[in-house]
Every structure is written in C-alpha cells, then in structure tokens.
Design a protein around this ligand. Structure first.
Ligand SMILES: [Mn+2]
Length: 350
C-alpha cells in the first residue's frame, strides 16, 4: 500500500492520520483515542482532542528533519469507541453536580451516590484502555494513547506493566497530578501520577518536567517517595536557563534520571500556554515546543527505549475560530511518534 502512496502530496480526504493509507495490521504504532473528560474541573473540551488532532494531522509534513521517514513504519488511529463516548457523557453529567459543590458533598447522600457512579465509570474506562493497549502489545505494536484528560493513560500503564517488569515515566506537565482523589474522584485527571505510583509498582521512576502548579501536600508526597520521583520544577529550569545553563545540559540531567525503558506521559499544558491556549488548566511559563522536542531527541539518542506514550489535555477552540491547539498537538504527536520509532530501531536518523 505504501508503494503507491506519495508522501509529498496533500492528504486525500479519506486518508488516515497524517494523511496515511495504512491499515491497522500494517502499522507499527497505533493511536488509541480516548475522548474522556469526566473529572475536568475547569475548562472543558479535551474529549474533542482526538478528532481535532486527526484533522490537523493532515497538514503535517511527513518528512522529518531528524528521523527521516517515520511514517513508513505504518501509523494508524483507531476509531473512537461509542461505548467510551457514552460513558463520558454519563460521567460528565454526574461529576458536574459534584464539582459545582467544590467536591464537598459529605452531607448530600444523593451526590455521594453520583460520586460512586463516577468512580465506577472511571474504573470501567481504565479497564477498557488496559485491554485495548494489551491487544496492541500482544501484537508487537507500539501503543499511543490520545486523550482526553490526563486520567486516561492509567489502564495503558497497567498493560505496559504486564510486559515490562520495570520502567520509568517521563512526565511533561504544568501540574504535579499527585493529588489523592481530587474533589473525591478516585480517577481524577489531577490524581493520575498518585494513582500510578500507588497502583503500579513496575513504575520504578517518575521524572516530572515543567511542573509549576502544585500544592504543599503534593510536594511532600513526591518527596516522601525518595528516589522514585524526581521533579524538574519549571522555576528551577527557568532560573538555570536565565543563569546561562544550556538546555542540552538540563536535558542530559533529566534523561540521566530515567531507566532503560521509558513511557512518555505528555500533558500539553507542560508547554507554554501560548501553544495550547484552550487547554483545561493553563499556567504561565513552561516549555517551548523546540525545548520539548529536543528533550525527546536527547532521550532517544541516549539509547533508552520509548515503549509507548500518551498525549493528553489537548482542547480545541470551542468557538472553532482557531486550529492552533490541534496544530501544535499534531506536530508534537508526530515528533513523539518519530522518536519512539527511532528508539525501537524501526526508523532511521538523517
Ligand atoms: Mn496533567
């Protein structure tokens, strides 16, 4: 199929992600869309992320400066599951009532029942993502999760843990995401790394980058984990840069903290919010696009293996005036894909 495909021409209307012609069986890397934003506490819209990224992906040029032809490995985006869309709708309606009360529902039995249901739906979603991811891993295909909010990769990490007895997570984010059951929601987007650290012992190391919004409890929690968690706070990074430290030196420091096998969990709000203005919880400062992709490059060139990744919290403009959020995300997705394939020996460098 790839032999009649021209990567230099515009994407045809019925083509797949990045305008590619592959079937799932021909693809080394498969994107699982998870249109889920049940516990979103501030701005909404991340459940529309996968569709918006798909649309924007048709504008991305396939030839890459560093990893020449990553697309040749076969890339495929699965269809959104009607079941997940239904669970999301149901969960959102119930969670909304709880979020309105700021999570304080101790004397409201009706809302407590809703909370139980939201938590049950979250568990259902995790199991769905776990099974989807397992199916790919068993097929020797690389899984990539497209959120949705940041709660979505939990099941994928459980699946990966069945294949890899030990691996690290490189976590790009403005937020620490280490709160315990934020607003009462066990599977909150703000609790993903807490849940991972508590529930997936195979995660031997969590390395966080760009963190600039966290509470004292989260800071204490991360410190209580000792060597298992290393956070590169945004304020530290910005100070180092202001004092003349090269980004390369900082990247080398970050990479050195990681074990041989690495999952990347990329919350788009780790980037400067000018690159993701409609994301749910934007925070000033953060990484430039080129800094993030250089860190991916440093990771891949260190001979570590990227075993999969998730990209989450991408929300398109609700007024549909601008494609900017999805444009940035589609380009970041291609870079994540390229360096992942290179790190697994499937794509070549310049
Ligand atoms: Mn996050």
């Amino acid at each position: 199929m790839i032999s009649i495909f021209n990567p230099n021409s515009a994407a045809s209307k019925d083509s797949g992600i990045f305008g590619l012609p592959f079937r799932i069986s021909e693809s080394s890397l498969v994107y699982i869309p998870v249109p889920w934003e049940v516990t979103t506490s501030y701005g909404g819209g991340t459940s529309k992320g996968p569709k918006a990224i798909f649309k924007a992906s048709h504008q991305v040029d396939l030839f890459d400066w560093d990893v020449l032809r990553p697309y040749e490995c076969g890339l495929y985006l699965k269809k959104e599951s009607p079941e997940v869309l239904r669970w999301n709708q149901l969960g959102k309606e119930k969670a909304h009532l709880i979020i309105e009360k700021g999570g304080d529902i101790s004397d409201e039995p009706g809302l407590q029942a809703h909370l139980q249901e939201v938590n049950a739906l979250g568990a259902l979603l995790n199991d769905w993502v776990r099974k989807e991811t397992l199916a790919l891993l068993k097929n020797n295909q690389i899984p990539a999760i497209l959120g949705g909010d940041h709660s979505v990769p939990f099941g994928a990490l459980q699946a990966v843990a069945e294949f890899h007895p030990q691996f690290g997570i490189l976590h790009f984010d403005a937020h620490s995401d280490t709160r315990k059951a934020y607003e009462g929601f066990t599977w909150s987007h703000a609790s993903i790394m807490h849940n991972v650290l508590e529930g997936i012992p195979q995660v031997s190391k969590l390395v966080q980058v760009g963190i600039r919004d966290f509470c004292e409890e989260e800071l204490n929690y991360c410190q209580s984990k000792g060597n298992r968690v290393k956070t590169f706070f945004d304020s530290q990074i910005q100070s180092q840069k202001a004092e003349g430290q090269h980004w390369k030196t900082i990247c080398d420091e970050i990479v050195r903290e990681l074990p041989q096998k690495v999952w990347i969990s990329f919350d788009i709000d780790g980037l400067d919010p000018k690159l993701c203005p409609h994301t749910g919880t934007p925070v000033p400062s953060g990484l430039e696009f080129s800094e993030a992709t250089y860190l991916l490059k440093a990771l891949a060139l260190s001979k570590r293996q990227i075993i999969g990744f998730d990209l989450n919290e991408v929300a398109p403009d609700p007024q549909e005036q601008s494609e900017w959020d999805a444009n940035v995300a589609a380009r970041l997705l291609y870079k994540l894909t390229a360096w992942t394939l290179y790190s697994q020996g499937k794509a070549r460098l310049r």
